[in-house]
Ligand binder design. Structure first.
Ligand SMILES: CSC[C@H]1O[C@@H](n2cnc3c(O)ncnc32)[C@H](O)[C@@H]1O
Ligand SMILES: [Zn+2]
Length: 440
């Protein structure tokens, strides 16, 4: 009998593989942070002994969810400026608030608040774009979560950096510092076509190719962005980015609500990935990403929350449901984005977009043990005819009971194991007093 670190017995297990299998009464065996085996519980009992065993016989196990676009420290601005369109929200509220408050301690507290929220909602990886990423990195390190942290660039001075050179220099310092970290990656994150110049984008493309890194950018978020680009450059943003050479499998285009047929073809031909942010797009009335049309053209579409100031939560269960529902309305097709597809978008598709699909994004032998347990025996999720349908259309994040990353338990019966919940709430409330007092 082989001794392993952990055995989790579960009523259902959805590995998120191409065959769309759902396993019943199986065990997942974990050793040295990875999945060693998936097999029927009876067989597992005969073959393995474990240092710890969990019996989750009312639960479904899924791969950890990947939030593929976030600004985690903005959790401290949750509810600060609601019901506004993007550019009013940014110019008149968010950028002034960032100028007044964003600092290393702000980012540390905001990241902790966001990471605690994400763990409690079954997210095990997030792709972040924000200032002072070294403060976010410290929280990622102590929390046990995984993340891609942005090497952010925006063509105006902020509290974080005052020139393109300084943004890149600080981002590269972050990259060097964490290059061997098992759970922290970096990603070039130029803000948007309307805030980053051609020359800077060309430099980022060269760097990303040399360092074999992905690039994430807000693109075609609103109709105003398109008309502004036509007025300034004579072309729509995506055509400008195509001319610069940005369209490639390295690129993760965030939002992409304004896409014509020609642009969908360009994305497909270049292998561009997309981070769809349904709730942020709805709240800012930005537009609708043509998810079903993109998928028909074999474009890889993933899901993100955006920041908590434009959402106003970091709830990947809600985003999966919105993705499935909105896609049907936009495509006028009830068969668009069925439940398993929404779950793929929040897991394996996102892993693929970041070049991490050999490591995370599904529950398969050899992959990292990033696992989420969802309780399906409560009133709200009964009866269970189709477990994946239940996860996407009926369950919510508060049904997440346990979360493991690299085999380490970060949530145990809804209790955080690596973060101090009451301190995070206290710190966030202290920041709210400061932020609120400026607004009065
Ligand atoms: C360069 S750090 C990130 C920068 O982006 C701002 N931001 C947050 N949400 C959005 C969005 O939906 N579109 C564009 N920009 C956004 C954030 O406030 C930071 O300044
Ligand atoms: Zn964003």
């Amino acid at each position: 009998m082989e001794n392993v670190d952990l055995i989790i017995n579960a009523r259902w297990l959805v590995p998120v593989t191409e065959d769309q299998t759902v396993l019943e009464n199986h065990a997942i065996i974990i050793k040295d942070a990875r999945i060693l085996a998936l097999l029927p519980q009876q067989q597992a009992k005969q073959l393995y002994s474990a240092n710890a065993t969990h019996d989750l016989n009312e639960h479904c196990l899924i791969p950890g969810l990947i939030n593929n676009h976030a600004h985690t420290p903005m959790s401290l601005f949750r509810g600060l400026a609601d019901d506004l369109p993007l550019m009013t929200w940014l110019n008149d509220h968010i950028w002034p608030a960032e100028k007044a408050f964003v600092s290393d301690p702000f980012v540390e507290t905001g990241s902790a608040l966001a990471i605690a929220e994400m763990i409690r909602g079954g997210t095990t990886y997030f792709n972040d774009m924000y200032f002072f990423p070294e403060a976010t990195a410290r929280v990622v390190d102590t929390s046990g979560l995984r993340a891609s942290l942005g090497i952010v660039v925006i063509e105006f001075p902020t509290n974080w950096a005052s020139s393109v050179e300084e943004y890149l220099h600080k981002g590269h310092q972050l990259h060097d510092h964490y290059r061997h970290h098992p759970r922290i990656n970096t990603i070039y994150s130029p803000h948007a076509p309307y805030t980053v110049a051609d020359k800077t984008l060309e430099q980022i493309i060269t760097n990303a190719e040399e360092m074999d890194m992905p690039i994430s950018m807000h693109i075609h978020e609103t109709a105003d962005e398109i008309s502004q680009s036509i007025a300034e450059f004579g072309v729509r943003p995506l055509e400008r980015l195509k001319q610069i050479g940005l369209l490639s499998p390295r690129l993760l285009g965030v939002h992409m609500t304004q896409l014509n047929d020609q642009e969908i073809t360009w994305c497909a031909e270049a292998g561009v990935h997309i981070a769809h942010c349904p709730e942020s797009n709805l709240k800012l009335a930005s537009g609708f990403c043509p998810v079903a049309e993109l998928q028909k053209n074999n474009v890889n579409v993933t899901i993100g929350t955006d920041g908590a100031a434009s959402n106003n939560d970091l709830d990947m269960f809600a985003e999966m449901r919105q993705t499935a529902l909105l896609a049907k309305a936009v495509a006028k097709d009830a068969a668009a984005v069925p439940a398993h597809n929404a779950l793929e978008m929040a897991t394996i598709n996102a892993a693929r977009s970041l070049g991490l699909d050999q490591e995370i994004g599904s529950l398969e032998v050899g992959k990292q043990a990033d696992i989420v347990a969802v309780k399906l025996s409560d009133i709200e999720t009964q009866p269970v005819f189709d477990v994946v349908s239940q996860l996407v259309y009926a369950a919510s994040r508060d049904k997440v009971t346990d979360v493991w990353v690299a085999g380490k338990q970060l949530l145990n019966s809804r209790q955080l194991t690596t973060l101090n919940e009451s301190k995070i709430i206290q710190d966030a409330q202290q920041w709210a007093i400061k932020i609120g007092s400026l607004g009065q």
